[in-house]
Design a protein around this ligand. Structure first.
Ligand code: ATP
Length: 690
């Protein structure tokens, strides 16, 4: 058996067919038209066999029995040959068909590969799109991030809005792509599986039964052609749709991106502007906030400082309150002590005063007046003798030296204040409840009134200042004081009320001295007695008394020098704490001029005046002298109005001070010596306290 003749007509090469090779196939231009399979009919096969029967054959020529056999069975052979030829032709056809089918399968596989490549390309394209979308998304996210970082809430809302839209588009796009991709892959897989199944079926049929091959081939051809056409149409349609959809999506994305860019750029600009404005406002506000913070910090510091100060003040106040309450307690204790000490002080003070003598005599030399010789060398004042507690004054007259000792001598230069320093101790005794008499004795013009009454610094004004100050001080120690004042003049042994103008009935009255022996109190009937409540009132009283004196002087020619003026202060003190009481009487007496005692050479009224002055001054001397004796019953108090008036202020524990005022004038030496002798006699007297 020889092999089948090679018939170029039955084997169609790939190059001759119009099936595109995998490399030739262009997915974007699917114009592939598969070649129709070659179909051989019976005439074609007989024609072929006829041509073969007339062709010279070397086998026929070499074998004669074969020729015979041929001749015998020529018809049969030719029939068989024809049959064989037909079968061979059929086989060839089947083989061709097989090959054709194989090539079709290859083509299908090739197409499948192409489709896979298409799919991969599409996937890559989708990936690129996805990358673009991702980059867009990233860009958008960057913008959004930038805006989120820099912009306010409004900007965030806009960003959110577009982010949502973009997200929707993206998710829609992704979803659609995934859907298409999934559907396409599924369909291709199904088709591939379907085709593979068919191939397998065909292969099985070919291997099992050659007869069915042609039928199957025909069916397959038909189905394949149909499915191919359908698939191609569908694929083309689908491809167009996908392309259109992609382009539409790309366009949408571009439009959307553009729209987003435009709208965002506008809004971005606006927002940037707004942001700029807001940043300016923010920086201003930040500055203000910083300033406010600084202010707040400084205020906080101040508040803290004030708080600390307040706390410190509260602490100090508490401490102070404690200190005050302690002090109050201490004060109460101190007050108790002071009250006791005051009682003690009074006792001691009195003892000292008594030790110094209940009768004291101070000599005072006034300075020379302008119209007097300024030479005072005839008067010599010694230093105070501490051992004896006395001071000496020496008068040199006509080479005779007379020396007198006194409790104190005030020289010409010593002032009223210095004088009062010494007087003050006796004033204090009167406030302690003792009777005190202070006399100013001396010739006319020797300085008595200046010592006793001089404005503001005389003994009387200074005494009043002192008692007002002292009573204010003693109030803290429980003492309350009241004062009554009388101011009388004894002229010609008659009492004149110098304060009568204060009396509601200022007419002439009879003034009589009355003594209460039990209480040892002296009073003058009808005399004006004024309560001393203020310092101003005292000034008024003193001025009124001086005025009354000057009226009398005008009427009676220098009467002031010829009368004794007695300023009496009755002192009453009670201590509400201790229940103590004290009653003292202070008499401040400006005596009439002493020179008239011996030198007056007058008659009539003047004589009577002189006699009265002499008597009263002499009587005062006698009384003081008698006070030193033992016979207290025969003290001549009644010999003069003055001594009678001052009776209770001179006896007992009373204190008496006599100033002997002297003139420094050499022309007045005789009167000066007389005054000093009189005073010296008084100075040697001690009051008998029995
Ligand atoms: N210590 C003194 N310092 C300065 N001047 C004084 C002093 N003493 C007295 N005088 C002045 O001397 C003059 C006479 O004094 P003053 O009137 O006091 O005397 P007198 O003794 O009261 O007289 P009379 O008895 O007439 O009242 C007054 O001008 C007075 O100012």
């Amino acid at each position: 058996m020889s092999g089948p003749p090679s018939t170029p007509e039955r084997y169609i090469s790939r190059d001759e067919s119009n099936i595109p090779s995998p490399t030739q196939q262009n997915p974007s231009s699917p114009k592939y038209e598969p070649r129709q399979p070659i179909r051989l009919n019976t005439e074609d096969v007989q024609s072929i066999n006829r041509r073969r029967s007339f062709t010279p054959n070397h086998e026929n020529r070499s074998s004669s029995h074969m020729t015979f056999f041929y001749k015998e069975n020529l018809k049969e052979l030719s029939k068989l040959q024809e049959e064989l030829t037909r079968k061979k032709a059929r086989l060839d056809t089947s083989r061709d068909e097989m090959n054709s089918l194989k090539s079709k399968v290859e083509t299908v596989e090739f197409k499948m590969n192409n489709l896979k490549e298409d799919k991969q390309l599409k996937v890559r394209q989708i990936g690129l799109k996805q990358n673009e979308l991702n980059s867009l998304d990233q860009d958008h996210q960057l913008k959004t991030q930038f805006m989120q970082n820099g912009f306010d809430l409004e900007l965030k809302q806009i960003e959110g809005k577009y982010s949502n839209e973009l997200g929707e588009v993206e998710s829609r796009f992704k979803f659609e792509i995934q859907q298409v991709e999934f559907e396409k892959v599924q369909r291709l897989k199904e088709e591939k599986d379907h085709l593979l199944e068919k191939i397998q079926t065909i292969n099985d049929e070919v291997s099992n039964n050659d007869n069915t091959v042609s039928q199957l081939k025909l069916e397959l051809d038909k189905k394949y052609a149909m499915s191919k056409e359908t698939w191609m149409l569908e694929f083309q349609e689908e491809w167009k749709n996908i392309t259109a959809s992609n382009q539409s999506m790309i366009k949408d994305i571009n439009d959307l991106s553009q729209e987003i860019d435009e709208s965002l750029s506008n809004e971005l600009d606006q927002s940037k502007n707004k942001c700029g404005d807001l940043q300016e406002e923010l920086s201003i506000l930040e500055k203000k906030i910083n300033e406010k913070n600084l202010y707040k910090t400084s205020i906080s510091v101040q508040i803290d400082t004030v708080k600390e100060e307040t706390e410190q003040t509260v602490r100090q106040r508490k401490e102070l309150n404690e200190y005050i309450s302690n002090s109050k307690n201490e004060l109460v204790q101190i007050n108790d002590i002071l009250i006791k000490e005051e009682t003690m002080r009074r006792k001691l003070h009195n003892e000292i005063q008594e030790f110094r003598g209940n009768i004291r005599v101070y000599c005072r030399i006034r300075p020379p007046l302008e119209n007097e010789p300024q030479d005072v060398s005839h008067i010599h004042v010694s230093k105070f003798d501490n051992r004896n507690g006395s001071q000496a004054i020496e008068i040199n007259k006509e080479d005779r030296n007379s020396k007198f000792l006194f409790d104190k001598v005030f020289d010409t230069k010593e002032t009223n204040q210095e004088v009062f320093q010494e007087v003050c101790q006796l004033i204090q005794s009167s406030l302690d409840g003792y009777n005190v008499c202070i006399f100013a004795y001396g010739q006319t013009g020797s300085g008595k009134t200046y010592t006793m009454m001089n404005n503001s610094d005389g003994v009387i004004p200074m005494t009043l200042d002192h008692i007002f100050d002292w009573t204010r001080l003693l109030k803290e120690r429980g003492w309350n004081y009241s004062f009554e004042a009388q101011f009388v003049e004894i002229y010609n042994e008659q009492i004149v009320d110098l304060l009568r103008t204060f009396n509601p009935d200022p007419g002439p009255k009879k003034y009589e001295i009355r003594h209460d022996t039990k209480s040892r109190r002296t009073s003058i009937t009808n005399v004006t007695s004024i309560k001393l409540e203020t310092r101003a009132m005292v000034n008024t009283i003193l001025k009124t008394a001086n005025r009354m004196k000057s009226i009398a002087a005008t009427n009676a020619n220098e009467r002031s020098s010829r009368s004794h003026s007695v300023f009496t202060i009755k002192i009453h003190g009670t201590n509400s704490t201790t229940g103590e009481t004290c009653d003292g009487i202070l008499n401040l007496v400006d005596l009439a001029g002493s020179e008239r005692i011996e030198t007056s050479n007058v008659t009539g009224d003047r004589l009577r005046e002189t006699q009265n002055i002499n008597r009263s001054l002499s009587c005062l001397g006698d009384v003081i002298y008698a006070l030193n004796g033992n016979d207290m019953k025969h003290i001549p108090f009644r010999n003069s109005k003055l001594t009678y008036l001052l009776q209770h202020s001179l006896i007992g524990d009373s204190k008496t001070l006599m100033f002997v005022n002297v003139s420094p004038s050499s022309g007045q030496l005789k009167e000066t010596l007389n005054s000093l002798r009189f005073a010296s006699k008084v100075n040697s007297t001690k009051i008998n306290q029995k």
